[in-house]
Structures are given as C-alpha cells and as structure tokens.
Design a protein around this ligand. Structure first.
Ligand code: C5P
Length: 240
C-alpha cells in the first residue's frame, strides 16, 4: 500500500541515493542493490514515510531517475531528482526541490535502509525543540588508534569522547542552505558543513538498526535484522 505523507507536516527528508557503492563490490548503484529481494532505497523510503513527514526528495543516479520514480511510486509519494558527482552535490540537488514552506530538513542516506521511523521523529523533534542541527550518534565500542601510513600505531584516542554518527541528520532549513552555499570541502556528512559555519550540532541517541550498508557483511547483517524486526515500526531501539 502507498504510504500517505503528512500534508500539514513541517519536515522534508532528502535521501541521497546516487552513489555507486564501490565497497559493496561490482553491481548496480548501491541504493538499488537488493536486501531481502527489495532495493535498499525501497526499504529506506518505506521507513522514512512511516514517520510524520511532509515531503521526501530522493537524489537518484542520473541514469536511473525514471527507474527510481517507477520503483518508489507504489511505496510513497516522493520527488525524484538526478544526484551529482559527490554526496554533497546530490544533497544540494535534492535541497533545491524541497517545497518552499518546509522549515525542517532531514538528510538520510539510502544506505541506512533499516532506519527506525522513531529515529526520524526524534531528530525532527530536536530541531523543533530549538537545535539548529542534530545528529544521531552511537558510543564507540572498539578501542580507536591513530595509525601512520606505514601501519604503525602513533596514538590511542580516548574513546569516551568519540561517537559514531548516523543519519538522518536534521537542520533548520536556513542553516543547511547557508552551509551548502558556503561549503567547499568534500565532507562525508552535512553536519560537517554546518560545523564549518560554527553552528552547534546537538547529539541525540542513535540506533543500531540505522547501520550503513557499505560492505557485503553489512548486507548480510541487515538481512538478518529484517528477520528480527520485519516491520518499519520496530521495538524501541534508540541507544544513548
Ligand atoms: O559513499 P557513502 O556510503 O558515504 O554514501 C552515503 C550516501 O550518499 C549513499 O546513500 C549514497 O547513495 C549517497 N551518495 C549520493 N551521491 C553521490 C555519492 C553518494 O547520493 N555522488
């Protein structure tokens, strides 16, 4: 059944999905790789659409825009645009297609296919509560070391002050627009651009279900998680 978005909602979700997915090995663009028989992007959009959002804009690989439109039509009413060379370009393309009166923008990687809708809601709630920017984070469990180009350990980093950062990342629209207009470096997330502008970024509890499918092992893990929590609305999964 096609999900209904919330026409009175204040949130738009941008879904960059134009990456090649080289680390997954040869094959289709990552967002179109299958997880339990359906593309990662379909899983991601289905979960995002279960949250209370007004608009979803997907940045698809330029050659696959028509295919992605067709693929997502039965899932939710989404706008599909062509992405760009870098993730940052793809987010900028999607941002340009957001309805003018939406004030809260979330950016969610298609590769985080099993994002719980409650995580989408909690990031949006942090912005609604006054944060200019918010990111979901998890504590780091491994010991982290800095290593030289020669493969020798140069330092052990205090992990108590480290966090793994996930998506969706949330922003006041003006904050994200200004950061994208000013940002020049190729960064791996949008919060990084906002940090460069000196804007504080608030952390909210993340979820292990929001893992990023990057390597073949992640695909196998996500497939297993789907058997544990097949529905978009999973048991409470947020980890402070
Ligand atoms: O490469 P990485 O895993 O960091 O990509 C994160 C997300 O950004 C993925 O969902 C990918 O499809 C998207 N992306 C994009 N346009 C690019 C590169 C990556 O939309 N040019």
């Amino acid at each position: 059944m096609t999900a209904q978005l919330n026409p009175r909602g204040d949130v738009a979700v941008l879904v960059p999905a134009a990456g090649a997915g080289v680390r997954l090995g040869p094959g289709r663009p990552k967002a179109l790789r299958l997880l339990a028989g359906e593309p990662l992007l379909v899983h991601a959009v289905r979960r995002v659409a279960t949250a209370s959002v007004r608009s979803i804009v997907v940045a698809a690989p330029a050659a696959e825009v028509a295919e992605v439109r067709e693929l997502l039509a039965p899932i939710a009413p989404v706008t599909v645009v062509a992405g760009g060379e870098t993730r940052q370009d793809s987010v900028a393309c999607a941002l340009a297609a957001v309805p003018a009166d939406v004030e809260i923008i979330l950016v969610h990687d298609a590769a985080r296919a099993l994002v719980p809708p409650e995580l989408v809601e909690s990031v949006a709630a942090a912005i609604r509560a006054g944060a200019p920017a918010a990111v979901p984070v998890l504590p780091v469990v491994d010991t982290i070391k800095r290593v030289s180009a020669e493969g020798v350990v140069t330092a052990t980093v205090d992990r108590a002050e480290l966090r793994s950062v996930q998506t969706p990342q949330g922003f006041r629209r003006a904050v994200l627009t200004a950061a994208h207009a000013a940002g020049s470096d190729a960064l791996t997330d949008d919060a990084g651009l906002v940090e460069q502008q000196g804007v504080p970024v608030t952390c909210v509890p993340g979820s292990e279900f929001a893992l990023k499918v990057t390597r073949p092992f992640d695909l196998a893990l996500a497939e297993h998680l789907l058997t544990v929590a097949p529905e978009p609305v999973a048991p409470r999964t947020l980890i402070a």
